[in-house]
Design a protein around this ligand. Structure first.
Ligand code: ADP
Ligand code: NA
Length: 347
């Protein structure tokens, strides 16, 4: 089993990013079991492992600031390591350091069809009425996504609802390429299956239960940053918006209490528990009791991550070294497929 997954490099990471995205990767890594020994021997093909990449090549499909992109890439890498991605067990790298991604994308451009890409709902949504003004990259980036996973003969690709169509496209491209350029008993590409990741929590703002916790929220009090210290966390939780009612003993009781539901959801996610189980413990209690408990749990869970994250952010070279090692491993994994693709195309 080989899982390949990408994440956009983003900065100012918060609790929502951690519980909604990063922690899922750590879980996937842990589900892979024993560390892959692939780096040493020639056993890369048999090893069960995860390849995690920062999608910096995707970032240039839309207007961006180069310095910010570089900073965000390093910050995301630091966060992943701080949160538990082990660069010795998983292959973690940024796309731009593995030229085979861009190469394979071009090699697949002859197989992808305009009509397929034209049907992508993400393209339609992002381009809106101004298709003519979009970059070629925005239109073609699903082909890069196909290259991202086909390069490594991924067997499984974690997909949220919004990415299902792109994985289908990757399968279509792989299938057509195999049909057109490979013999039936020696296909060049594996058709990857979707992997449904463990249910991730959706975390809302601490100031408004109807808004997602986000780095773009102007209020610092609305989110817990991965760099917040214990005092800041306790203060933000204490000031979080709530209502005067005590907590109910079952989840239905939170149906029209979004702020209360959010705090209980966060507690459940941090404790790897459920809303009902948390209410089993705190039902009947007011926020005067629940908030300090939530704050302490948050501090306890995030403190080691946050310390490691801050430490790594101050040591840019260490992160760069981790990414460089990951890229070297990724290049090694991808090379046989890249060579086979050139060969199949008569190049
Ligand atoms: P932001 O909204 O702060 O700009 P991004 O859009 O950069 O965050 O998201 C990066 C990743 O974190 C995505 O996978 C996204 O689904 C996840 N994520 C962001 N905010 C939340 C949230 N409030 N709850 C759960 N997951 C989130
Ligand atoms: Na966003």
């Amino acid at each position: 089993m080989r899982v390949v997954s990408g994440i956009q490099p983003t900065g100012n990471l918060h609790l929502g990013n951690y519980l909604g995205a990063i922690r899922n990767w750590v879980k996937m890594q842990d589900e892979m079991g024993a560390p892959a020994q692939a780096a040493e021997g020639g056993s890369a093909e048999e090893a069960s492992e995860c390849l995690f990449f920062l999608a910096d090549l995707h970032a240039i499909s839309q207007p961006h600031d180069p310095a910010e992109l570089r900073r965000n890439t390093l910050e995301m890498a630091a966060a992943l390591v701080a949160c538990g991605i082990d660069p010795d067990r998983s292959v973690m790298f940024n796309q731009a350091q593995v030229p085979a991604h861009a190469e394979l994308q071009w090699l697949l451009m002859g197989t992808g069809r305009m009509g397929w890409l034209n049907r992508m709902t993400q393209w339609k949504d992002k381009a809106g009425k101004n298709r003519e003004g979009q970059s070629v990259a925005l239109f073609a980036y699903p082909v890069l996504q196909a290259a991202d996973v086909l390069l490594y003969q991924a067997t499984h690709v974690p997909v949220g609802e919004d990415q299902k169509q792109h994985l289908e496209l990757a399968r279509d491209i792989a299938q057509k390429f195999n049909n057109d350029f490979a013999s039936e008993d020696a296909p060049v590409f594996t058709l990857p299956d979707p992997y449904i990741p463990p249910q991730a929590a959706r975390i809302m703002s601490l100031r408004d239960g109807s808004a997602k916790m986000s780095k773009s929220d102007l209020s610092e009090m609305s989110r817990i940053n991965l760099t917040d210290d214990a005092d800041t966390i306790m203060k933000k939780v204490k000031k979080a918006k709530t209502d005067p009612e005590p907590l109910p003993s079952e989840a239905e009781g939170l149906a029209d209490r979004p702020e209360a539901l959010n705090l209980v959801t966060i507690y459940a996610a941090l404790a790897e528990s459920t809303v009902d189980s948390v209410l089993g413990d705190f039902g009947g209690e007011g926020f005067g009791k629940f908030k300090p408990a939530l704050g302490e749990l948050m501090v306890e869970t995030l403190a080691p991550t946050s310390a490691r994250f801050t430490e790594l952010l101050e040591d840019r070279e260490a992160i760069e070294a981790i990414l460089a090692r990951g890229a070297a491993k990724a290049r090694e994994r991808g090379l046989p497929t890249l060579d086979a693709t050139y060969e199949a195309l008569g190049l």
